[in-house]
Design a protein around this ligand. Structure first.
Ligand SMILES: [Zn+2]
Length: 459
């Protein structure tokens, strides 16, 4: 076998986000094939063979690639609607439009969502897709193909809804699947697309949408299905006070107790939001190592509240960051969520001690890898891990006068991405994607957004 080609990156600040938060003021990273071979202070070792490329990264900060842990790609073509609503009113306003999506719309929306994140330093993306109108084509295949074409590492959380208005749920009757249909299609998606290998580019999770849109049976059977297939579980939880009230009225208990009763707490589970959690809810997540996808911008947009991230971290709950769907976070960028997570949590009870810049960076990298079940492979820069990393430019007007590069990245303006590598392959250069045509994607997303709006207006 040919020796792995090496890429040498030198003269950069490095935040490894390893277990000791090791940082180098000026250091090097050596990529060999799809792995990080070595890193450390000063220049790369001399005498390296098969060096295909040497990058002088002066003026840059190198970090692990960002890991997004919650998103709904299809919402890229329904941005800017119902802008002054809370969660339940926003959902009820948008479900009828969402229920009209088809494969070309979902493909364009996936490309738009992925492109926006990838050029901002995301190297691992996820999509929680739960709207599968009858006859709408191979939506899972379209989403997974989009991630593969772009070269982004990816988890598809195959969602589902089977509790519609007639069963006391929130979605309209025509927007849901049957219990058996959802389970069968989810199993098929796992069997077709899930890769459990160390350097997998595609994984699949089982992901019924939320307590107010799925039946108790779908939660319970979904958990059993995931464990039978050896994949992870994802859903929305404890997002709003309205959801808490819904759970008490229908199930006679709060969301966390309801999840526990249906098999939904465990180290193979991560949940989006987790805003309305009391001390015993947080203790239950910590005891079971259930993960959380913290989505600060979406929670603010929908006036859901402030998740107790400092308390979760102190209790040992794994926490990552999420963009959430772009119908509730129009920017669709994860690097801005580092800043928003820090700022929004300081508005909570812990004030200025809530989170610091290093903790925010950890949430967006290693924390994300943890909740996606991939902490052994990605999320920090360590020899042997996969080469998913970002070169942030720190010597321009926006950041050059900020003393510390990690502080600059988190507190400062969104930093330009000079290069982003996934699995050892460069996918971004100077803020532009190398793998796809951004302008063509922009046109396609505009056209599909207009087509969806027309169809929804006629319905
Ligand atoms: Zn969501």
């Amino acid at each position: 076998m040919a020796a792995d080609r090496r890429i040498v990156i030198e003269n950069c600040a490095i935040a490894t986000v390893d277990g000791h938060d090791t940082e180098y003021a000026s250091g090097h990273v050596v990529i060999a094939g799809n792995r990080i071979e070595s890193l450390g202070a000063g220049p790369a070792p001399e005498g390296l063979r098969d060096v295909a490329r040497r990058i002088d990264a002066s003026g840059h900060l190198v970090t692990p690639g960002l890991v997004n842990t919650h998103h709904h790609f299809y919402q890229w073509i329904t941005r800017g609607l119902a802008t002054d609503h809370n969660l339940f009113d926003w959902l009820v306003a948008l479900y009828p439009t969402w229920a009209r999506i088809d494969e070309p719309m979902v493909r364009a929306a996936a490309q738009g969502s992925l492109a926006m994140m990838a050029r901002g330093g995301v190297t691992t993306a996820m999509d929680h897709h739960y709207v599968f109108p009858r006859g709408s084509g191979d939506l899972a295949g379209a989403i997974i193909g989009s991630a593969r074409d772009m070269g982004v590492r990816f988890t598809l959380a195959r969602g589902s809804m089977d509790r519609s208005e007639k069963d006391g749920g929130l979605p309209p009757d025509f927007a849901v699947e049957t219990l058996d249909g959802a389970l069968a299609a989810t199993e098929e998606t796992v069997r077709r697309h899930h890769d459990s290998s160390f350097d997998a580019m595609t994984q699949v999770a089982v992901a019924p949408c939320s307590p107010f849109s799925v039946s108790t049976e779908l939660l319970r059977d979904g958990a059993q299905l995931a464990r039978r297939l050896g994949v992870r579980l994802h859903t929305h939880g404890s997002e709003t006070v309205e959801e808490e009230k819904f759970c008490h009225e229908l199930f006679g208990m709060g969301p966390t107790d309801y999840f526990e009763s249906t098999g939904w707490l465990g180290e193979d589970v991560w949940m989006a939001h987790c805003v309305h959690m009391n001390d015993s809810d947080i203790a239950a997540f910590a005891r079971t190592r259930t993960g959380v996808a913290h989505c600060p911008s979406s929670n603010a947009r929908l006036a859901a509240g402030i998740a107790r991230v400092p308390d979760m971290l102190a209790a040992g709950v794994p926490v990552g960051l999420g963009v959430d769907g772009t119908a509730s976070n129009e920017s669709g960028e994860l690097h801005t969520e580092l800043r928003n997570a820090l700022l929004i949590n300081r508005l909570g009870g812990h004030k200025e001690a809530a989170l610091n810049a290093r903790q925010a960076l950890r949430l967006g990298t290693f924390g994300g890898a943890q909740v996606l079940g991939r902490a052994a492979e990605i999320g920090s820069l360590e020899p042997g891990k996969l080469a998913d990393l970002v070169l942030w430019r720190m010597d321009t007007l926006a950041h050059a006068s900020i003393a510390d590069p990690v502080t600059a990245l988190v507190f400062g303006a969104a930093a330009p991405v000079t290069a982003s590598f996934v699995n050892g392959r460069q996918i971004v250069e100077d803020g532009r994607l190398l793998t796809v045509d951004e302008d063509a994607i922009a046109r396609a997303t505009r056209d599909e957004a207009r087509r969806l709006a027309r169809i929804a207006a006629q319905a």
